[in-house]
Design a protein around this ligand. Sequence first.
Ligand code: SF4
Length: 246
Amino acid sequence: MSSRRYVKSKPARQLPADAERTRRAEEIGALFKQLGQTRGNQFPWHKSPDPFKVLVAEYLLARTARLVIERVYQRVIDHFPNAAALAAADPKVLSELTREAGLPRKTLGLIEVARRVTEIGEVPPNREWLLSLPFVGDYIADAVLLYAFGLPIIPLDRNFQRVVHRVFFGQEPPKRSIEPYRDPETVHVVDEMTCGYDARALRNFHQGVLIVAWDFCRHRPRITACPLSPHCALAWSLSPEVQIPG
Ligand code: SF4
């Protein structure tokens, strides 16, 4: 943990000029990509080529801790290894298997998701179709397209938004009313960080951001332990011991 208490009201470091921000974005994008390459893709659904299993994992992951979901996902897949089995699931059995994840209404929506998949025989690489599923929003749809189908898309969630705003602007993201896909600063910086990346690079990059978000950049950031700290505007303003790269 950082020895320093996290203070939200600390003034943010001044935004660099655009050319400098683009250079920083490229540099930081490469760091995230490298981090994802070396430490990412650890969860079972990242190693599965089955789009249905990726959809189940991303569906469960939204709003729930990944370590809980790792256990819940494995239980669900062990009992219901494909869409047909899950479509025919007894809701009571599924509720029992997923109790640890909370959000019971949403979790039971998985049965409807599985039914929709069985109707057409597979999960299609189609964003509109994915968005038509219950409880599936932009992030889940894009995560399925990236991880299951290798499409060059970056899913944006609030974890992602928090990291971007702290690293680049040295402050917290906008209030909850501005969600990441409609936050122009997040979208612009992500575009700059990933310029020229193919789907494989985007996948590693996304994994790298998630590792920082999950392991270090929490509500109270672990600045001194974070591999991004030498490049992070919030770390510069909160931790004088952080060495800014020259
Ligand atoms: S140094 Fe790391 S943990 Fe701290 S604010 Fe920056 S990205 Fe988040």
